[in-house]
Design a protein around this ligand. Structure first.
Ligand code: UFG
Length: 336
């Protein structure tokens, strides 16, 4: 079976993808600099996967370190997760975001080029669609990023389009993630953001476990069924399995692909809070406050193309997302 290199390998989505790839029979090599993740993740991967993880601590902008990884392992494909993802921070520190998200992307692709590896999976985001012209977003929806983080993803997509145009022997998957939540069903692996969580689910989890007093619901007057923001939340293990399907497609079909990875189901902030209360068996304190600048009222995926091309669709519903998030957070109240 093929060997897959994961960058950002100890991060939230990558760590779950690592296990899913191993379950599907792939060998995995991980690279991370631990700038936003914990080395403890490697112990959990070993515990759950039953194999000692093959890992190198390296920054993706360090070409020599990447060369050493490609020299030591026969890599068949790269899944490039390493990136920064906080919208607010991206406005305050744009150069950090361009260096990590675009510089890192170019550095990884150059290393691949030096070693003759041309199969690449890119972590893109639904954020590249910008203000919805129509919903659900299909893959041919016009692209328009709304913040620095979004631009790093949009420009990253374009870098790869240009690379493929110059050398059509590259096979690339542009995966546009909707809102990943949940945790490994064991409760041993999950999302562990540093500092105050920016995203809804980790914040709800921390309220549930007593680390935060209440959730601020950003806006109760949107034009949505209950007035709160609507998103397409998908279970991180479904997302992980989406990566496995993409890797399989690239290696078998030898064609590139652009797909949404979402459920196609819109869930409001209050729907998610209620589902979490059911899962945890306790109330979640919340207050409705002002809208968060830059937030869209509602968006969700048309998820039919991923099903048609990759044979992948999300299997786990919002109740399972919340149950698994709660199992992770209650068993690991302070994260890793
Ligand atoms: N929300 C709250 N309270 C919080 C956090 C979030 O009410 O404390 C609401 C938001 O207003 C939104 C929903 O919960 O309606 C989801 O917010 P998240 O921050 O969890 O996710 P976003 O949809 O804002 O973020 C997603 C991706 C980002 C991406 C962004 C683009 O997770 O990676 O879209 O703006 F950058």
């Amino acid at each position: 079976m093929a060997t897959i290199l994961l960058t950002g390998a100890t991060g939230y989505i990558a760590s779950h993808t690592w296990l899913a790839l191993q379950s599907a029979g792939y060998s995995v090599v991980g690279v991370d600099d631990f700038s936003n993740s914990s080395p403890e993740v490697l112990n959990r991967i070993q515990e759950l996967g039953g194999q000692r993880p093959v890992f190198a601590q390296a920054d993706v902008n360090d070409g020599a370190a990447l060369d050493a990884v490609f020299a030591a392992h026969r890599i068949d494909a790269v899944v490039h997760f390493a990136a920064c993802k906080a919208v607010g921070e991206s406005a305050a520190e744009p150069l950090k975001y361009y260096a990590n998200n675009l510089g890192g992307l170019v550095s990884v692709c150059q290393a691949m080029q030096r070693h003759g590896v041309k199969t690449f999976v890119f972590s893109s985001s639904a954020t590249v669609y910008g203000e919805p012209q129509f919903l659900p977003y299909t893959e041919d929806h016009p692209l328009a990023a709304m913040n620095v983080y979004g631009r790093t993803k949009l420009y990253g997509e374009q870098v790869l389009r240009d690379l493929e145009a110059a050398d059509p022997t590259w096979n690339i998957a542009w995966l546009r993630y909707f809102n990943p939540v949940g945790a490994h069903e064991s409760g041993r692996m999950g999302e562990d953001p540093r500092g105050v969580p920016n995203n809804l689910m980790p914040y709800v989890q921390q309220v549930a476990v007593g680390r935060r007093e209440f959730l601020s619901v950003y806006g109760g007057d949107y034009d949505t069924p209950d007035g709160t923001g609507v998103r397409d939340y998908l279970h991180v293990m479904d997302l992980a399995e989406g990566h496995v399907a993409a890797v399989r497609y690239l290696l078998n079909e030898k064609k590139s692909v652009t797909v949404n990875l979402g459920t196609g189901v819109g869930v409001s902030v209050l729907d998610l809070v209620k589902a979490f209360e059911r899962a945890a068996g306790k109330p979640i304190a919340y207050k409705i406050v002002d809208r968060r600048p830059g937030d869209l009222p509602a968006y969700y995926a048309d998820a039919t193309l991923a099903k048609a091309l990759l044979g992948w669709s999300a299997k786990r519903d919002i109740d399972q997302m919340c149950a698994d998030s709660w199992r992770w957070q209650s068993g690991n109240p302070n994260g890793y």
